[in-house]
Ligand binder design. Structure first.
Ligand SMILES: [Fe+2]
Ligand SMILES: [Fe+2]
Length: 309
């Protein structure tokens, strides 16, 4: 299918080349992404203010419940979602949770902070009119990896700081790339057929570039250095020396791939005996125990986020 393709990734000076074939369109998209990456020249949505504030509070000694609840209450949508989560089967206690103070007491201050971060990023970054299905998968994968990362750190009594956000953002390069590609289509509604790039081409593109794109996003957002590593290196956690956060996120990512959380399941993947698991210094039996308890919970957790989108 020949396409006339006007190509613009949020370019300051729109270019209007035309392409004779689908292959040319694909090549042009790939070249443009590579160029934008090497020139550090891409429109990136800002990190939502609420998410930024959560990261600040997490790093501030003596952050208080009052500061967190005040922050939540600046956003009625997030408030409603937190209350819904507190009353969901994932966390449900004996009584209905009707206010944020009780939710904080029940879920814990930092679990609530993690949820605020997740909900604010969900609404602002993981959105796509054109690649909605793919974006939903990315979101499921992000939330699943965040949950497993946190549960792994807790269950194995490993340091838990930044673990949830690290898991949530590890593949952040993918939604950013989807948004970039979507800009092309949004500006050329009559001329371009999205089916040209959806499928294996888009999958390969995301796989090839998401690490460096994620690094670009993380640096533009000025994330704390420890959070940049799991984004850039989650497929090579052994390259970073003794970087436990990256290794935990990498193992959580393996779990997601083993069980098909926001991706195709790979039943051949032996997570418990994987070298990255050994690198965490935990036994095969302990990992099997943690994973057995996780298997059901993580799907419930992901399902909640899907329904609250
Ligand atoms: Fe990845
Ligand atoms: Fe991943």
């Amino acid at each position: 299918m020949a396409q006339i393709f006007s190509f613009n990734f949020g370019l300051r000076k729109p270019a209007m080349p035309t392409y004779a074939s689908d292959e040319e369109v694909k090549r042009a998209i790939k070249n443009e992404l590579a160029r934008r990456l090497s020139d550090d020249d891409l429109e990136i949505p800002p990190l939502p203010h609420v998410a930024l504030r959560v990261l600040e509070l997490a790093r501030k000694p003596n952050s208080s419940i009052v500061e967190i609840t005040e922050l939540i209450e600046t956003d009625p949508q997030i408030t409603a979602k937190i209350l819904k989560m507190a009353n969901s089967p994932v966390y449900r206690g004996l009584h209905d949770v009707t206010n944020i103070d009780t939710a904080v007491v029940m879920l814990g201050l930092w679990a609530v902070a993690d949820l605020i971060f997740a909900f604010s990023v969900q609404g602002k970054v993981f959105r796509s009119a054109l690649f909605g299905e793919e974006m939903d998968r990315q979101w499921e994968h992000a939330v699943g990896c965040a949950y497993i990362s946190m549960a792994l750190a807790k269950g194995l009594k490993l340091p838990g700081e930044d673990v949830y956000v690290g898991g949530l953002l590890h593949d952040i390069g993918k939604p950013i790339m989807l948004n970039a590609v979507e800009n092309v289509f949004r500006r050329n509604p009559q001329k371009v057929d999205p089916a040209v790039i959806e499928g294996p081409f888009l999958d390969e593109l995301l796989e090839e570039y998401h690490g460096p794109f994620g690094g670009l996003v993380a640096r533009r957002w000025e994330l704390p250095e420890p959070l940049i590593h799991p984004i850039e290196r989650h497929h090579y956690p052994d390259l970073g020396g003794d970087d436990r956060l990256t290794t935990i996120v990498a193992v959580a990512d393996l779990f997601c791939h083993r069980f098909g959380i926001g991706c195709d399941a790979n039943e051949e993947l032996n997570v418990a005996d994987h070298p990255w698991v050994h690198a965490l210094g935990i036994s095969h039996d302990d990992v099997v125990k943690v994973f057995a308890s996780l298997e059901k919970d993580v799907f419930e957790y992901v399902e909640f986020f899907k329904q609250s989108a």
